[in-house]
Design a protein around this ligand. Structure first.
Ligand code: GLA
Ligand code: ZN
Length: 656
């Protein structure tokens, strides 16, 4: 486990580099990430490369035993390139070219841009290949599923559609263009979804556009990855990501990458609803699930955030250290803090790093130093893994389809995944968040919320899982769409009817109105957003509605199917239901529970096959006491304990 920082030598006077390296080394920093925005310094004029300053940086820091993560500077083409080739500037969904002088405003499909991006990458990798101080490469920065509507992208999108559907007839059928006289009579008529609200546009077109945008990013990454690999077959390569406006399909994004990197900015404000405490761990589990292995945090919260929005509060005492350790607990190998020192110039000057503008050590720096110390004592966890009995399935296509057509007030796909995640977290379970395409046969329990866009291979994956004895939970809005994002003409949940042993005779999108369900044991829970009225064929009711005209109609069902069990939750509840449901599911599937955990305590267990280490993280702003089932040895305070007293955002790790 390592701690690093994001560093921008090009923004500081040269004479600060050595001093920074020295302070970092003293603090325990092991890595810097550099150069993702430094193209104009590395190629000041077309074809004229200058790596001398970067050589100096790498050399200076390596003298202090600090390795470098080198980035392709391709996120920010220099202005001379835009001037010579204005056609490489991205065109927005309003059809206008984006203003230059900011960042990431290039069209990644443009052949000229690709030529220049590959050339600078090639020059850099030739220069730095084999340099022992270079620990890894990052390609570009936060590649999103950008929508560029330039002529190149339009032409490529049409070719992409030709490849997929063969001919225009295929496109017309897939998009159902007979609606609103939208039939295409030539490929040239096909336009990307534009600035109108998505709800006005063809949902099948919108989803294919999203897929095309992801394939474009993947193609761009492949080009740069191949450029690196031609010169260096060994160096680990990644790209960094986050949840953003155009959230990419993480599975495609990282397909060719050696490891996943995540930019991790957990909430500084403590949510009033205790359920939300957990939502951040969900993101970390999702990142671990992308390649189903450990990942890096390439950017980690370090100070008040701002710039793109009004500034946030400063991280509370404990959050700098605690959130980094939380990332380790969920499978991060390496955490780099964004950034060493806050910028004094440029648009981002109010997004704070560890050090403030003053460069004077502050409260956050002291806590960061403690973090570095703690991490250096945790090498015992280096070869441990997180093994989970429970999986939650995340589908980028479904996520996007719900963005294209929001279903009802208050309904958010990710919130449903988080609700289950929070419930299992409350019982101390490890949870994997993985793709619906993955092999799920090893899990005791699989939760697949709202599988809205359906592909045959995924449906088969789920059936196979249950047939072979698995316990599966499906929820409302499953089976609604085919793979084109068109509605399936069948009784809901269509492809899953047989599996859940029930049919939906009617649904009621109640939005923020409230309903009540009552489970088999007589417990009542409030629900809202959506109510499926279920009619069991072979299933049994787990819970029924308790109010209004569908009183006594099943809302949640349970069906034995071959060797397994399939549940269906036809509504969206508050956290108390998910906790009660999770508890029953864990009991029935034999997933062990940690009892008596106070709310806001997150637990992950890591094992090396022989020893188990349990990480307890207090993700609240109140001190918490946690009873341990038996006395355990604390790796943090090096002593035996029979209970843990955790300060706000404090982590303790005990050997089981
Ligand atoms: C992202 C980017 C960084 C920086 C931070 C903070 O994560 O990758 O370059 O802009 O946000 O705004
Ligand atoms: Zn374009």
């Amino acid at each position: 486990m390592k701690i690093g920082v994001d560093y921008y030598p090009e923004q500081w006077d040269r004479d600060m580099w050595e001093k920074d390296a020295e302070t970092m080394a003293r603090t325990g920093v092991k890595l810097i990430r550099v150069a993702e925005f430094a193209w104009s310094k590395l190629e000041p004029r077309d074809g004229e490369f200058d790596f001398t300053w970067l050589d100096d940086v790498i050399r200076i820091f390596s003298r202090y035993a600090i390795g470098t993560v080198l980035c392709t500077p391709t996120n920010c083409p220099p202005l001379w390139l835009y001037e010579a080739h204005p056609e490489i500037v991205r065109v927005g969904i309003d059809g206008k070219r984006i203003q230059t002088g900011i960042r990431a405003h290039r069209c990644i499909n443009n052949p000229t841009l690709r030529f220049y991006a590959k050339r600078i990458t090639e020059q850099m990798i030739r220069h730095y290949s084999g340099n022992p101080a270079v620990a890894a490469w990052q390609i570009d920065n936060e590649l999103e599923a950008y929508s560029c509507t330039c002529d190149v992208c339009k032409a490529q999108f049409r070719d992409w559609l030709k490849d997929k559907y063969n001919d225009l007839d295929g496109v017309n059928k897939a998009f159902g263009t007979s609606v609103w006289s939208g039939e295409y009579s030539s490929f040239e008529q096909i336009m990307p979804p534009n600035a109108y609200p998505k709800a006005w546009q063809n949902p099948a077109l919108c989803l294919d556009w999203y897929r095309f945008c992801n394939d474009s990013v993947a193609g761009y990454l492949k080009d740069l990855m191949m450029t690196i690999r031609l010169e260096d077959t060994k160096i680990p390569v990644t790209t960094n990501t986050w949840f953003c406006e155009n959230t990419p399909d993480f599975y495609k994004l990282f397909d060719l990458m050696d490891f996943v990197s995540y930019d991790n900015y957990p909430p500084i404000r403590i949510p009033v609803d205790p359920n939300e405490y957990y939502s951040h761990a969900f993101h970390l589990d999702l990142m671990r699930g992308v390649k189903e292995k450990h990942f890096w945090v390439m950017e980690q919260l370090s100070g008040p955030t701002g710039c793109w929005m009004p500034m946030s509060p400063a991280p509370r005492p404990g959050q700098i250290k605690g959130y980094a350790l939380q990332a380790f607990a969920h499978g991060a190998d390496t955490v780099l803090h964004f950034r060493w020192r806050t910028a004094t110039t440029g648009a981002e000057m109010h997004w704070h790093g560890i050090l403030d503008h003053s460069n004077v050590p502050n409260r956050r720096f002291v806590e960061f130093s403690e973090l570095c110390k703690s991490v250096s004592q945790l090498s015992i966890l280096d070869n441990t893994e997180i093994i989970s009995d429970i999986a939650i399935l995340y589908s980028p296509e479904t996520d996007e389809a719900f963005k294209i057509q929001p279903q009802v007030e208050g309904f958010h796909y990710l919130e449903q995944l988080k609700a289950f995640h929070a419930a299992f977290t409350h019982y101390g379970a490890n949870i994997d968040v993985v793709s619906p395409d993955t092999d799920i046969s090893g899990y005791k329990l699989v939760i697949a919320p709202s599988l809205y866009v359906n592909r045959k291979s995924v449906t088969e994956n789920l059936y196979r899982y249950v047939i072979n004895g698995g316990t599966l939970v499906l929820t409302t809005r499953s089976g609604v769409k085919d793979e084109h994002n068109n509605c399936i003409m069948d009784t809901l949940p269509t492809v899953f009817k047989e599996l859940i042993g029930a049919e939906i005779t009617e649904y009621d999108p109640i939005g923020n109105d409230m309903q009540v369900i009552r489970d088999f044991a007589g417990n009542e829970f409030r629900c809202s957003q959506w109510c499926d009225l279920l009619q069991p064929t072979t299933a049994k009711a787990y819970a029924e509605y308790n109010e209004g005209y569908y009183r006594c109609i099943p809302a949640v069902t349970m069906n034995r199917y071959c060797n397994g069990v399939a549940y269906y939750v036809g509504t969206v509840c508050k956290s108390d239901f998910y906790e009660s449901f999770a508890s029953n599911l864990m009991m029935q599937t034999g997933v062990p529970k940690l009892k008596g955990l106070p709310h806001g305590i997150e637990v992950t267990t890591r094992t090396n096959g022989r020893d188990e280490y349990i990480c307890f993280f207090n993700n609240t702003d109140k001190p918490k006491t946690i009873p341990l089932p038996k006395p355990m040895y604390s790796m943090i305070s090096s002593m035996g304990k029979d209970k843990l007293e955790l300060q706000p955002f404090e982590m303790d790790i005990v050997r089981k």
